[in-house]
Design a protein around this ligand. Structure first.
Ligand code: SF4
Length: 215
């Protein structure tokens, strides 16, 4: 089986099993950008607690008025709060170049915007792809630990390099790029429900075709 066949097969089976759902738990683009940084190395429950400490409605302007030390204390529930406060301020500094206006980002193509995001302190590949996909409507396939684990166990020769895996998935699914947010949600959902550290292969909807490799 080719890599492309495996990737298509997995997503087709997961779509059949889970049906469609909206995954990222916010519709507000700026809150998604902030959430993408806060969720690094933690779960969404802790992000929610941190977000609830921030001004509402959450805007770049209101966030930029908070001093660094105060910001760190407010986002403390998300962990690594001192580093994350610095990262949020770096994100704001970048966004200020566009007058905090999402529509100013619309004319920039995905690759150029991705490169800009990667230059921001604390924004790595996964965070950049989450921001592009969920906040900026410029889908870029999100590679995370769940995707690595599911596909490796299934039998795909998963490239170690982030970009190689992203481009492999992107080359296979490009015509469905509008569904990248959903696909990332499927990976998280499936990784949590079945393919977690102790996989529940007997009940798994991918069980019939998965090679169940040790990873
Ligand atoms: S069959 Fe097992 S190893 Fe394969 S995807 Fe399902 S839970 Fe993971």
């Amino acid at each position: 089986m080719t890599s492309q066949t495996i990737i298509n097969d997995v997503f087709r089976q997961l779509e059949d099993h889970y049906g469609y759902f909206d995954w990222w738990p916010s519709d507000h683009p700026f809150e998604i950008m902030v959430g993408a940084i806060l969720v690094q190395n933690t779960n969404w429950r802790n992000v929610d607690k941190a977000l609830s400490n921030l001004p509402a409605p959450l805007t770049p302007q209101s966030l930029s008025e908070i001093e660094l030390d105060d910001l760190a204390q407010l986002i403390r529930p998300s962990g690594y709060y001192n580093q994350k406060a610095i990262k949020l301020q770096a994100l704001l500094k970048w966004f200020e170049r566009y007058d905090y206006d999402h529509s100013a980002l619309a004319p920039i193509n995905m690759v150029a915007l991705r490169n800009e995001l990667l230059e921001i302190k604390g924004v790595g590949n996964e965070t950049a792809d989450v921001i592009l996909t969920y906040a900026l409507n410029k889908p870029s396939f999100v590679v995370d630990a769940y995707a690595r684990r599911i596909f490796s166990r299934y039998g795909l020769n998963v490239p170690k390099n982030y970009d190689k895996f992203r481009l492999l998935a992107d080359g296979t699914l490009k015509h469905q790029s509008a569904k990248y947010g959903y696909f990332h949600g499927l990976m998280v959902e499936h990784g949590q429900q079945f393919c977690n550290k102790k996989p529940k292969c007997d009940e798994c909807p991918l069980g019939a075709k998965c090679q169940k490799l040790e990873v």
